[in-house]
Design a binder for this molecule. Structure first.
Ligand code: PLP
Length: 365
């Protein structure tokens, strides 16, 4: 497995926790080896702790974060169901696309990019939706939305409506509390704050969602009826589902144990401090942050490219001269915004200072 030696800081794959790399390099176990089953079970247990849930159906899906999004809608949406989806960036747009492919009648609640989800507008969008969905940490803009407030509103008003949350960029970086927030279905990706290579989608599905689930979704591979039996083991024993990516799961297991040892509060504090320092430093340099104050993610900072500066040239120089990758903006902000990730192992003050120093040099500020 080649993980680049560069100091990758962008919103894409970044330097993983060293423990996770060691997990990838460990001797391979067979996917039905009892030793591997123990690792899988420990991983599911570790995910439950990190998600803050008792959901029995909590597992790493085999695929990137998008497979979590796909599984979330495939198992909850029947043709004609109303899905209210908050859109405040690219990944909300993708949710609409996925939900509509499963036949949902999508009620899209658009927000200005860079602003958090407006709970009142989402709640007013439809009298009785089957599903309400939102992105917790919008990687396209660096904004954090208040899923706790959305969950409280959904749970206070509807018994059956399911709440779906995209936690790809939040899990392992900032607080996530699935049960306390009333979230039914959530998914993440290993390559962001969990500090593991890309390839797995941590996933959790509540008992309420299980009762309302689509029994035979049109996509066999993501049928939770099959996947749930694989991780839980039924009365007849564990049901074979597929050849799990054992190296990736060992790597995730190692990263989860590392996060548990450090303590999630300490990990969140490390992300907070690094992100804050980066954001302060960028402003000291005279740069303007893109996302509204009070709603900025520490792990993903978006900043406006100064007038007259060639965005791509700066990104190229940072990568070529300093081994630092920062992301371009998304959509209409492709050349006017940079996105800088400090996630997982990179969420450290020294990394924040490194980016600031390199950027200052490249910009001549
Ligand atoms: N949701 C969010 C918020 C993301 O940031 C991403 C990827 O960056 C995805 C979904 C899709 O995940 P993946 O690219 O791992 O398939």
């Amino acid at each position: 497995m080649v993980l680049t030696e560069r100091t990758l800081l962008g919103p894409g794959p970044s330097n993983p926790y060293p423990e996770a790399t060691a997990g990838l390099a460990a001797p391979l176990l067979g996917h039905l080896d009892p030793e591997f089953i123990k690792i899988l079970e420990r991983t599911c247990e570790g995910l439950r702790a990190l998600w803050g849930t008792a959901n029995p159906v909590t597992l790493p899906l085999s695929g990137t974060g998008s497979i979590g999004m796909e599984a979330a809608f495939a198992n909850t949406v029947r043709p004609g169901d109303v899905a209210v989806i908050a859109v405040n960036g690219l990944f909300g747009v993708r949710m609409c696309e996925v939900a509509s492919r499963y036949g949902a009648e999508v009620v899209r609640v658009d927000h200005t990019w860079g602003e958090p989800v407006d709970v009142e507008r989402v709640m007013a969008a439809h009298p009785a939706p089957a599903v309400v969905a939102a992105v917790h940490a919008e990687t396209s803009t660096g904004v954090r939305s208040d899923i706790a407030a959305l969950g409280a509103a959904v749970r206070a008003r509807w018994d059956d409506t399911l709440l779906l949350a995209d936690c790809v960029t939040s899990l392992g970086g900032i607080e996530v509390a699935i049960d306390a927030w009333g979230v039914d279905v959530a998914y993440s990706g290993t390559q962001k704050c969990l500090g593991v290579a890309p390839g797995l989608a941590p996933f959790t599905f509540s008992e309420r969602a299980w009762r309302r689930r689509v029994e035979a979704p049109p996509v066999w591979y993501l049928d939770l009826g099959l996947l749930g039996a694989y991780v839980r083991g039924g009365p007849g024993g564990r049901t074979y589902h597929h050849t799990a990516p054992v190296a990736m799961i060992a790597s995730l297991d190692a990263a989860l144990r590392r996060i548990e040892e450090e303590g999630m509060d300490a990990v969140a504090e490390r992300h907070r401090a690094a992100g804050l320092r980066l954001q302060e430093g960028l402003q000291e340099m005279g740069l303007e942050l893109f996302t509204a104050e009070g709603h900025r993610l520490p792990q993903l900072t978006s900043v406006r490219v100064p007038e007259g500066v060639d965005s791509a040239k700066v990104r190229h120089e940072l990568l070529a001269d300093y081994g630092i990758e920062i992301g371009a903006g998304v959509g209409e902000y492709a050349s006017s915004v940079w996105r800088i990730g400090l996630m997982g192992h990179n969420a450290r003050l020294d990394r924040a200072e490194l980016v600031l120093t390199a950027l200052r040099r490249v910009l001549g500020r």
